[in-house]
Ligand binder design. Structure first.
Ligand SMILES: CC(C)(COP(=O)(O)OP(=O)(O)OC[C@H]1O[C@@H](n2cnc3c(N)ncnc32)[C@H](O)[C@@H]1OP(=O)(O)O)[C@@H](O)C(=O)NCCC(=O)NCCS
Length: 174
């Protein structure tokens, strides 16, 4: 599936918060510092392997802009970037969703749950994707809680096929 990056909408999350596709110019030192915070990168593949720099994060944003099967959304609250959510490996059959709130001061306020719900609605309703999946580490209780609350459940079959130790595939069932 290919779609035009020019038509990715701004997704409202209430009065002072929205999601929109990220651009290189959006990369802030807070974003980079957040990705270097052990509490944040603990379950994230890229940042847990290598210390992040402005350059690396800009490259990551650019790679996602250039990828016809991925969208990297930024979460803006009060016009400040607080986190990201990436829809990737987008095809007609499925798309994977990942999430990282690098501003720890907003954890536990339901932002992840609301972002997941809205992006799933966009993926299925606007892109025409049949199902949305997420790869979640079994020890990542916070992420499981957010995806569970947003209507995802572990899919034993897909998790078995994945053959990656410690990670389960969750599927949106609502
Ligand atoms: C995981 C993460 C996205 C959760 O975001 P969040 O906005 O704090 O999550 P929510 O507030 O929407 O939480 C939804 C539910 O998840 C559960 N939950 C969230 N954080 C939790 C925690 N630290 N411990 C246990 N349960 C937790 C709760 O059940 C919560 O619902 P409740 O508040 O009604 O009890 C955020 O902590 C994060 O970005 N972590 C670092 C990166 C990461 O691990 N990303 C996920 C990779 S798969």
């Amino acid at each position: 599936m290919t779609f035009s990056k020019a038509v990715i909408p701004i997704i409202s999350l209430g009065e002072s918060a929205f999601l929109r596709a990220l651009a290189e110019e959006d990369v802030t030192s807070e974003y980079v510092d957040g990705l270097n915070d052990p509490e944040v990168y603990r379950f994230l593949i890229g940042p847990s392997k290598q210390r992040q720099t402005i350059e690396l994060v800009r490259n990551f944003v650019r790679d996602n802009q250039d990828d016809p099967h991925a969208i990297l959304f930024g979460l803006f609250i009060d016009n400040t970037l607080r986190g990201t959510s990436r829809l990737h490996d987008i095809s007609n059959e499925s798309a994977y969703l990942g999430i990282a709130l690098f501003d720890r001061s907003i954890w536990g306020q339901g932002w992840a749950t609301r972002m997941i719900r809205k992006i799933v609605r966009f993926a299925i309703g606007s892109l025409g994707v049949k199902k949305v999946l997420a790869g979640i580490e079994k020890e990542n209780i916070a992420s499981q809680g957010a995806f569970n609350k947003a209507g995802f459940r572990p899919n034993q079959l897909l998790s078995h096929d994945l053959k990656v130790v410690g990670v389960q595939i969750w599927e949106c069932i609502k």
